[in-house]
Design a protein around this ligand. Structure first.
Ligand code: FAD
Length: 106
């Protein structure tokens, strides 16, 4: 299997990019696509410890797919839970869009 860190960085890039391009006002189909994707993702992610913990997180913290902002914040909190578990700094979730969609202002 690919290196857990390289895989992780690439995967967070994919997930936050999906949040960044997710509609502000998603249709029912778009919302169910995102739910289905994340459910399958949490079972297929090829780092099994990571996948187990992510499934537990998803069961505990209701997945929010009602809008870009809702999902972006949910994902940021999920990423922060992993950051905390690994002893990394947490990220300010008011800045997720600046990091992943609009670009840093400075
Ligand atoms: P990463 O955590 O990969 O983050 C990449 C970039 O995202 C950062 O440089 C920063 O700019 C930005 N960022 C950081 N935090 C946030 C946030 N909260 N919201 C938005 N943007 C942010 N590794 C393990 O060892 N054990 C695990 O159990 C584990 N579980 C994982 C579960 C999932 C679902 C995923 C996708 C990855 C998991 N990883 C796990 C990998 C781990 O999260 C990191 O990807 C890896 O350690 C590399 O970390 P990094 O410091 O390069 O930055």
């Amino acid at each position: 299997p690919a290196d857990v860190e390289t895989l992780g960085r690439s995967t967070w890039t994919l997930l936050h990019s999906i949040a960044a391009t997710y509609p502000k006002d998603p249709s029912p189909t778009q919302q169910s696509d995102l739910r289905t994707f994340l459910g399958a993702f949490s079972r297929l992610y090829p780092c099994w410890v990571c996948a187990d913990d992510f499934q537990t997180y998803m069961a505990k913290e209701q997945l929010a797919v009602g809008s870009r902002d809702e999902f972006g914040k949910w994902l940021c909190e999920a990423h922060n839970a992993v950051n905390t578990k690994l002893g990394k700094d947490t990220f300010d979730c008011n800045k997720w869009e600046e990091r992943w969609r609009t670009g840093w202002k400075d």
